[in-house]
Design a protein around this ligand. Structure first.
Ligand code: PHE
Length: 469
């Protein structure tokens, strides 16, 4: 099935694991996971998340990576190789990164802007109430930062799978991990007495993060936690958008997928967990429990600058390394999104990598500019089906993450569970093209998950996103 061509590939298992982890570890780990954990009863959320990662996450990640390696194709053509009738799913899966890349790069540009703000020691200005909204609603500056970010992504993808993507993940991911640990250590040793004379410490904040809080928990609110954890996991592993299929297609048959997939999951989960240990104690110390309810952009771009400011002199330094960390996380994720599109263009239209990269650069820059305009010329407030109010960027985000991705994931489970059968995937993990790896772990679990449980869970998630549940 696999054709020999010059698609390129990872040099080995470690390169693949770090690149896939680079994709998985992104803004979601840093701004979404800690916030959900704080909102959903701390330890309860963590526990539910870990159980889901070992079952549901493992199933989706294995499926996509194995599909990629088996077919040696990116999503646009991979699904058709598995079953002619399911070609359409490949088309939907490849639309997802096209929708995501412009707005992801807009946010990447915001991160870059904040990094530069801190590096030039203007972090104090970032605490002003309108600093963030003033910046994103201005006409030129967000566009410039978005373009700088996108050019960096382009430069990496342009250099190819091994010399570009793998090489940059090999450098950035270990650094990212070390930076997180440093900030965690700093965060846990904080202590602050506020205007009312109340002293709060980082360790108390840690308790709020890890200790399960069952107070007022009902069956219904518990199900809410499960849905949150599932949605987060799904986004965090970068599945259902063709990325893991693409990366899987660059993996050598000699690589043991069993092991690699576990490592990717562990890396992603650890980074999310540590991100919580870095953010929650700091926010708790300086802003108390109320401060912990800020989510998404407002947590990262409004609350945290206030926290850094309260740290005094050290704050500027911590702010700078924090935004460097976020920049690395966003960069390796954006690289994977661009690569998914580039490889589709290469496989389907036989474009050379360089041409494909230029095409994606041009298109995403133009759409990115339009997304930036969503905060000024094209400003609107739209209530989305899930009840949140958003601007253009949120509409892109909703359409890809809440609408298209569940469809792709449900379709993939049905295709694998019922058409090509789980044994095709298990075979690819255990004995790809005559290479023998050990037995796939959790095989029985995998089969039951992919046929029944995962599609049902995903369907519930989909209905919730549509506002039906
Ligand atoms: N998985 C990334 C995260 O957790 C998000 C991401 C989205 C990555 C889209 C690639 C593509 O932040």
């Amino acid at each position: 099935m696999k054709e020999k061509n010059n698609r390129g590939g990872f040099t080995g298992s470690i390169g693949f694991v770090l690149a896939a982890a680079g994709s998985a570890v992104g803004l979601g780990n840093i701004w979404r996971f800690p916030y959900l954990a704080a909102k959903d009863g701390g330890g309860i959320f963590l526990l539910v998340y870990i159980i889901l990662a070992l079952t549901f996450g493992f199933t989706l990640l294995t499926t996509e990576i194995a599909i990629g390696r088996k077919t040696g194709q990116s999503p646009l053509t991979a699904y058709g190789r598995l079953s002619e009738k399911w070609k359409f799913l490949g088309v939907i899966a490849s639309i997802v990164p096209v929708v995501i890349i412009p707005y992801y790069c807009v946010i990447g540009g915001w991160v870059l802007k904040y990094l530069i703000t801190y590096l030039t020691m203007q972090g104090g200005a970032a605490t002003g109430d309108d600093y963030f909204t003033g910046f994103i609603s201005s006409e030129i500056s967000p566009v410039i930062f978005m373009l700088l970010f996108i050019i960096a992504v382009f430069a990496i993808v342009y250099k190819g799978v091994d010399k570009g993507i793998e090489a940059c993940s090999r450098i950035l991911m270990p650094i990212l991990f070390v930076i997180i640990l440093i900030i965690v250590a700093f965060s846990l040793t904080l202590s602050y007495t506020d205007a009312e004379g109340v002293t709060r410490t980082g360790l108390q904040g840690l308790k709020a993060y890890i200790v399960p809080d069952f107070e007022g928990m009902t069956f219904k609110s518990f199900m809410g936690v499960v849905i949150d954890a599932m949605g987060q996991l799904f986004y965090s592993l970068s599945v259902a958008m063709g990325i893991m299929i693409t990366y899987g297609s660059y993996v050598k048959k000699e690589t043991d997928l069993n092991k690699s997939i576990n490592q990717i999951e562990i890396f992603d989960t650890l980074v999310a967990f540590f991100a919580g240990m870095m953010i929650i104690p700091a926010v708790f110390t300086f802003m108390g429990r109320e401060g912990m309810s800020a989510s998404g952009p407002s947590l990262m771009f409004i609350s945290l600058p206030k926290v850094f400011d309260s740290m005094g002199k050290m704050g500027g330094v911590v702010g700078a390394i924090f935004f460097l960390l976020v920049l690395f996380a966003a960069l390796t994720s954006a690289v994977s999104i661009m690569e998914a599109i580039v490889s589709c263009l290469m496989d389907k239209f036989k474009l050379a990598r360089k041409k494909a990269c230029l095409a994606v650069l041009a298109l995403s820059s133009i759409v990115g500019i339009i997304v930036c305009m969503g905060y000024n010329k094209l400003y609107f407030e739209l209530t989305l089906p899930n009840g949140t109010v958003g601007q253009l960027l949120d509409v892109f985000d909703y359409f890809s993450n809440q609408f298209l991705m569940p469809i792709v994931a449900i379709g993939t489970c049905i295709l694998v569970g019922w058409v090509i059968k789980p044994k095709t995937i298990i075979e690819e993990v255990e004995n790809p093209d005559g290479v023998h790896h050990g037995k796939m772990g959790r095989k029985g679990l995998y089969t039951v998950m992919v046929k029944y449980i995962a599609p049902i869970m995903l369907f519930v998630l989909f209905l919730t996103a549509l506002g039906i549940l």
